[in-house]
Design a protein around this ligand. Structure first.
Ligand code: SAH
Length: 198
């Protein structure tokens, strides 16, 4: 199967071609992960043959990255139906089988547990501590967690969790935040690994 021979750069290119948010909703902190970062997360997570859940999947990029890397089963959870419809289209175009669940991550109670949770959750700039609540849910449902989180919260994760910083990125701010200015703005984001509670 061709998915097994993808290199990170090739995966990044496929992911960058995906359809993004049509009208990003600031209240839900809808920021799309750049293809290169999503690809690296998927390589580091090693999802081959394992089950993966993507919490706050948005337009599906992390879920799709893990499926393309050979995950056995992938579930994407998202409360915004409009975003989920884009995720479905993205997966369909690539012929990938992913299960999409339209619900609030925080009240979601899956009957199964997962090998890996991946997430680029709201950082909590609109609703305080959303990042913590997403990480808590991820630890509740998966053995290993790979999360993109604001570097400003780094010390909190390191102090209170079994956490490790795998990478730090400059994450381009979403268009609605910068298009009035000439220069594009960036924010520091860590890829944090958490060993789960399961
Ligand atoms: N994972 C995607 C989207 C990141 S933006 C990517 O990496 O590109 C964060 C996503 O979380 C948005 O799609 C937003 O709609 C979703 N979200 C925010 N609050 C949520 C909640 N309570 N339950 C489910 N999804 C939520």
């Amino acid at each position: 199967m061709w998915v097994w021979i993808l290199k990170p750069k090739q995966l990044a290119m496929v992911l960058d071609e995906l359809e993004g948010f049509l009208r990003p909703k600031p209240s839900l902190e809808q920021w799309r992960t750049p293809g290169g970062i999503a690809a690296e997360l998927a390589f580091l997570a090693s999802p081959q043959g394992r089950s993966v859940v993507d919490l706050g999947t948005g337009t599906g990029i992390l879920a799709i990255a893990c499926k393309l890397m050979g995950a056995r089963r992938v579930v994407g959870v998202e409360n915004d139906r409009e975003a989920l419809e884009i995720a479905m289209r993205n997966a369909e175009k690539l012929g990938l089988e992913i299960e999409w669940i339209n619900t609030d991550v925080l009240s979601w109670q899956p009957r199964e547990s997962f090998d890996i949770a991946v997430l680029n959750p709201p950082f909590g700039s609109v609703k305080r501590h959303m990042d913590r609540q997403f990480v808590e849910k991820a630890l509740e449902v998966a053995e290993e967690v790979f999360a993109l989180l604001s570097s400003r919260a780094r010390n909190f994760w390191l102090k209170n969790y079994n956490a490790r910083i795998l990478r730090t990125y400059s994450f381009p701010l979403p268009r609605q935040h910068w298009f009035h200015r000439r220069k594009r703005e960036f924010m520091e984001v860590d890829l944090v690994y958490f060993a789960g509670n399961i």
